[in-house]
Ligand binder design. Structure first.
Ligand SMILES: *Cc1c(COP(=O)(O)O)cnc(C)c1O
Length: 456
């Protein structure tokens, strides 16, 4: 067997030329998204009022297994891809584990996360359709940053509704977006009807992702030549993020390594869905088996404690309904430092794969996550994003189990980004001021009671 280098780089010509749509290989498909007014499956025509037409087509297509990646998008990918698959030799040594640990690193671009993979695709299709610009929301700020970069590349106007508490807490993220030319508005704002309504109902609110989504959708549908784009949850986003999994698989294959375990953090499910898609496809086709684990925060446990039901994707209830593992669209997670994992629901594709037993899920507490993040940073050199560190935590747990059993498993996890804009969180951890909030069953029950009544 070839000796495995610290970093497995693919050549540019080994970069995927097509995205993979795992839905094509699912016998039981994810449930269709529904029009919130009629409760009928959303049509392409209806969806095209909100999304660019090409993206709306991708959203609804559960048959086509592969989509060509347009050359313009591949050219942009070339600036920061293929992303390396790193063998975590130093972490293995530190843990004294016989396991082999690999991580796919998506933090080597200015946005600092995997979100650029889909941002550039969505901006491209908007430009191709001749639009003036796009609107979106951002929570922690990673998606807004990625989209700002993508829009400036294609010379599109970019309007970002940023959850107010992040807008105030993360001024540097905001300035990166503005540097790339985006217009950033704290949400809830007074710019939109839904924003004014939420401000009236909850005076002084610092906002939520669900609320910022409603504002961004309203902004898109009320301006000529604008469409709305979203950085996670949607199946089109999972499709674009499949580039992560395809590269991971190509890098492992290059060295004849068969993964035993694949681990990813799960917020809306896009990096996890992208990472696991090719592997899940093999399971679905009966070609291989993998242990796939989704890791979510104990403070926002949509898969481990949520219900599988149709729910609203946003607080203002303007978006289509999706069947997913959810805590209820009214669920407002406690202030938690993994902003990118605070969404109440989960991608319908990941939800259905979870329901079919293709993957399992675990939740971890915030302080345990930061402990793992710090250990990882010390030995592997990369300061990880809090979101990514959920996957690190479980990868380390599994490697320690291997130490007990003596198994040399191949553990692969997604390192979705860097944590340079999360230093307030690291500071809390270093000062021993971090707490672990876990919602009670009563709180969740109350939130479930807000679910729409739809036949499942
Ligand atoms: C947004 C984000 C996530 C979570 O989003 P998913 O759609 O679940 O992938 C994870 N890690 C980082 C660094 C992020 O920015």
């Amino acid at each position: 067997m070839k000796e495995i280098p610290y970093k497995i780089y693919l050549e540019e010509n080994e970069m995927p030329t097509q995205w993979y749509n795992v839905r094509a290989d699912m016998k039981k498909k994810p449930a269709p998204i529904l029009n919130p007014a009629t409760l009928e499956p959303v049509t392409l025509e209806e969806l095209s009022h909100i999304f660019c037409e090409e993206l709306a087509k991708q959203e609804l297509d559960d048959q086509t297994p592969y989509f060509d990646i347009p050359e313009e998008i591949r050219n942009f990918y070339r600036m920061y891809r293929p992303a390396p698959l790193v063998r975590a030799y130093c972490l293995e040594k530190k843990l004294q584990t016989p396991a082999h640990i690999y991580y796919k690193f998506e933090g080597n671009n200015t946005s600092g996360s995997h979100k650029l993979n889909s941002a550039i695709a969505q901006a491209y299709y908007a430009k191709k359709q001749g639009l003036k610009g796009v609107t979106t929301e951002t929570g922690a700020g990673q998606w807004g940053t990625a989209l700002s970069m993508a829009c400036s590349y294609f010379d599109l106007d970019c309007q970002v509704y940023m959850v107010k508490c992040s807008y105030e807490q993360k001024p540097f993220r905001r300035e990166v977006m503005r540097t790339y030319g985006a217009q950033v508005t704290p949400s809830p704002s007074m710019n939109t009807k839904v924003g004014r309504e939420i401000n009236k109902q909850f005076p002084g609110t610092t906002g939520s992702l669900g609320c910022a989504i409603s504002e961004a959708v309203e902004a898109a549908t009320s301006q000529e030549g604008y469409r709305y784009v979203l950085g996670s949850v949607l199946t089109q986003v999972l499709l674009h993020q499949s580039v992560i999994g395809l590269e991971t698989k190509a890098a492992l294959d290059k060295y004849g390594v068969k993964a035993d375990m694949i681990i990813g953090c799960a917020g809306g499910g896009s990096n996890l869905g992208g990472l696991i898609s090719p592997f899940a496809g093999e399971i679905l086709r009966g070609e291989a088996n993998y242990d796939i684990i989704a890791v979510e925060p104990a403070s926002c446990p949509s898969m481990t404690r949520g219900v599988y039901a149709y729910d609203f994707c946003d607080t203002g209830k303007v978006c289509p309904l999706a069947k997913m593992y959810t805590l209820g669209s009214g669920f407002i997670p406690s202030a938690n430092h993994s902003g990118g994992l605070r969404y109440h629901g989960m991608s319908s594709v990941v939800s259905e794969l979870y329901d079919q037993g293709i993957l399992t899920a675990r939740s971890v507490t915030q302080t345990d996550v930061f402990k793992a993040a710090t250990e990882f940073a010390k030995v592997e050199g990369i300061l990880p994003a809090p979101e990514s560190s959920h996957a690190i935590k479980v990868a380390m747990d599994e490697a320690l189990k291997c130490k007990e059993t003596g198994e040399a498993k191949n553990i692969v996890f997604g390192l979705t980004g860097t944590g340079y804009f999360d230093m307030v969180a690291y500071q809390k951890f270093n000062d021993n001021e971090m707490s672990d909030y876990i919602p009670t069953d009563e709180e969740l029950q109350k939130s479930f009671s807000t679910l729409p009544k739809v036949e499942n």
